[in-house]
Design a protein around this ligand. Structure first.
Ligand code: NAD
Length: 249
């Protein structure tokens, strides 16, 4: 039986990888899903993939006017927000000595600032009992070679989840972070400059996971559905690791 019939969800970074899989899963469970992504052609393709329950809104989460436009569209829909998956994010390799101001500003601009204002601007529209899910990463605790700025930005996300769970508890709103281990997505393989190097990166990352492989976007989407639904009604301020055991080593 569908778990989210009649509910309204918002998913950012919904045109690719984890966000796309989650948007599809939430829509398959009966939710109307506002899918937010930066590029129109990818957004149109994502809307087809997610299906008739998708409402695409072109949104760059680092642009506050775009976020206002997204939530204006949600307000006009007239049903509030039951699920917010603030997932847009990404990173680039750079060692401590390679990091530039631009690299830092880009990474924190999307992952930290983008997540903060995505959630802040949703607050007036949140329904009683809404669930907010933020995308952190196992990198927040494991660090990662040449991935320090990204890892730090994702540590901020865990911290946000704990703080906002407290701040929003009186409205019955739950806030949790999900921390994927390495997941086979265009965002991750795109970190490698060539297809051969992408293959080597995937082999390396699979070797860091006790289950011996990378995760699939649909496996993260299943965890998002758990946190989005009433199945997780007593879970808030927590971090759900979906990482093949990577955080255990
Ligand atoms: P992806 O590149 O396939 O998808 C990321 C999506 O976010 C894309 O649709 C991209 O266009 C969008 N996005 C990026 N910047 C944006 C912005 N400013 N405004 C709106 N949309 C924006 O990558 P993914 O692997 O699916 O990543 C999804 C999330 O999961 C990210 O937050 C990422 O950091 C996190 N994550 C990924 C992994 C992994 O191994 N793939 C592991 C841990 C955490």
């Amino acid at each position: 039986m569908a778990q989210l019939t009649g509910k309204t969800a918002v998913v950012t970074g919904a045109t690719s990888g984890i966000g796309l899989a989650a948007a599809r899963r939430l829509a398959d469970e009966g939710a109307t899903v506002f899918i937010a992504g930066r590029r129109k052609p990818k957004l149109d393709a994502a809307a087809i993939h997610v299906g008739p329950n998708a409402i695409p809104v072109q949104t760059d989460v680092s642009d506050l006017d775009d976020l206002d436009r997204l939530y204006t569209a949600v307000r006009q829909h007239g049903k509030g927000i039951d699920v917010l998956f603030a997932n847009a994010g990404g990173g680039e390799f750079a060692t401590l000595e390679q990091v530039t101001e631009q690299h830092f500003d880009r990474t924190f601009g999307i992952n930290v600032r983008g997540t903060l204002f995505t959630v802040q601007k949703s607050v007036p529209l949140l329904n009683e009992g809404a669930s907010i899910i933020l995308t952190s990463s196992t990198a927040a605790s494991t660090g990662g070679a040449a991935f320090g700025v990204y890892a730090a930005s994702k540590a901020a996300i865990r911290s946000f989840a704990r703080t906002w769970a407290t701040e929003l508890k009186d409205r019955g709103v739950r806030v949790n972070a999900i921390s994927p281990g390495p997941v086979d997505t265009p965002g991750l393989t795109g970190l490698a400059p060539t297809a051969d190097q992408a293959g080597a990166l995937k082999d390396f990352l699979a070797g860091t996971v006790p289950l011996g492989r990378m995760g699939r976007p649909d496996e993260i989407a299943a965890a998002v559905l758990f946190l989005a639904s009433s199945q997780s009604s007593f879970v808030t301020g927590s971090e759900l690791m979906v990482d093949g055991g990577q955080n255990q080593v």
